[in-house]
Design a protein around this ligand. Structure first.
Ligand code: PLP
Length: 424
């Protein structure tokens, strides 16, 4: 079978074997409900949840009592944004966020707009950054919450969180950050924020678990729960706790805490090597989105100015990559992140995201460089006007198909499942 290398760690990560090892006993042997306070089955599970709470808090510099377990970042984001909107409705109904946020934030804000809230979507500069002064100018006496992501999922661009939060919090307004893509990749702490969201499946823990940090002091943040019932998580999140998942999240963050610095150094060196090699080959035919800003060490958002991205994707089916537009999923909408950064819809559609992670090797990176080079060379005669949202349109071009010997005959099994970048 043809090789298939995974370069889509921003979409999801595999569970680390060491994480799985710690989780397994909580499926079988220690299966008790952590809320069963009358017997040792419950006590054992409750102790494991408490240990995980301490591990998550330790990673973030928080108090364990400030950590609430959720089903993932989407739930954490909805709990925080809608919970603040309801709890602080008496103070005001204005929320500020950025145009490049994840759909979980944007859609939660849109839902609140339908219920009468006012939301400001801040623009970003060409590098994807929010301007602290522009943020400050958007604040009003009615503003109750500002939500700005720590790291962008498509480009890896890091926001100046401390500078942004400082301007917001000194006005007595709550500052929240979606740190889903930052945790485990760069140092993250709750020092400057009031609410923070993270997700297990981006940090080598399983899917379906996450955590929400809610500040208890200076100020004490109030939230109206999204889910009622059972009183779990001190009444903020009803429902039986996912003990194995929570144990996995704690274990994964404990590992990330010790491994993140070395992992970041290794991945940054490989990411830089890959970008330098492609730049050398393609010159100004390649744009690296956000390369003038601080970025995650393992994410490359690559816009190929003269090569249709679909053409590249077809020729790179042995690399699991992600497109920078939602075209491939059939929605036909170019990435809201890239267009907010000033890229044209055609450029957004000609963008590929490559994200590395813990199990990427130097050989994988060399192989990817070689494959990108071969595909770019093969595409040399391809017209930019051939860019189309229809993969089929590309595959029907006679010149294109004659230049891609591997594409049609040796598809690896997973190749037809390219997820869309804009929602991961
Ligand atoms: N926020 C960001 C920045 C993400 O990348 C993702 C993942 O796709 C989410 C939120 C949603 O996370 P989850 O899948 O845990 O709900």
């Amino acid at each position: 079978m043809q090789r298939l290398l995974y370069f889509d760690y921003n979409a999801t990560t595999p569970v680390d074997e060491r994480v799985l090892e710690r989780m397994v006993p909580y499926f079988t042997q220690h299966f008790g409900n952590p809320s069963s306070s009358a017997h040792p089955f419950g006590w054992t599970a409750a102790e494991a949840v408490q240990q995980a709470r301490e591990e998550v808090a330790g990673m973030l510099g928080a108090d364990p009592a400030e950590i609430y377990f959720t089903s993932g970042a989407t739930e954490g984001i909805n709990t925080a944004i809608k919970g603040v909107a309801e709890a602080y409705a008496g103070k005001g109904r204005h929320i500020v966020t950025a145009a490049t946020e994840h759909k979980a934030v944007l859609d939660a804000c849109r839902a609140l707009e339908r219920r009468g809230a006012r939301v400001t979507y801040l623009p970003v500069d060409g590098q994807g950054r929010v301007d602290p002064e522009e943020l400050e100018a958007a604040l009003t006496d009615e503003t109750i919450l500002v939500s700005i992501m720590w790291a962008n999922n498509e480009t890896g661009v890091l926001q100046p969180i401390e500078a942004l939060a400082e301007r917001v919090r000194r006005r007595g307004i709550l500052f929240m950050t979606d740190a889903t893509q930052a945790v485990g990749k760069v140092p993250v702490s709750v020092e400057h924020v009031d609410l923070l969201v993270l997700s297990g499946h981006k940090v080598y823990a399983p899917k379906g678990v996450g955590a929400l940090y809610v500040r208890r002091r200076n100020p004490r943040v109030r939230l109206v729960p999204l889910l009622d019932g059972g009183g779990q998580e001190r009444g903020l999140r009803g429902g039986t706790l996912n003990t194995p998942g929570i144990v996995g999240l704690g274990a994964a963050l404990e590992l990330a805490r010790s491994e993140q610095p070395a992992e970041a150094r290794r991945l940054r060196a490989w990411r830089d090597r890959l970008e330098a090699a492609l730049r050398e080959d393609l010159g100004d035919g390649l744009q690296i989105n956000g390369d003038g800003a601080e970025r995650l060490p393992q994410t490359s958002s690559l816009t190929f100015r003269r090569i249709p991205a679909e053409y590249l994707m077809m020729n790179l089916r042995d690399l699991a990559l992600s497109t920078g537009s939602a075209c491939a999923s059939g929605s036909g909408t170019p990435s809201h992140v890239l267009t907010a950064m000033g890229r044209s819809p055609a450029e957004a559609e000609a963008t590929i995201r490559l994200s590395m992670g813990r199990f990427t090797t130097g050989e994988d990176v060399d192989y990817a460089i070689e494959r990108f080079r071969a595909a770019a060379l093969a595409a040399a005669g391809c017209e930019p006007s051939a860019i189309s949202c229809q993969l089929s349109a590309v595959s029907q071009q006679p010149e294109a198909s004659s230049q891609q010997p591997e594409a049609s005959s040796q598809q690896p099994e997973a190749s037809s499942q390219q997820p869309e970048a804009s929602s991961q």
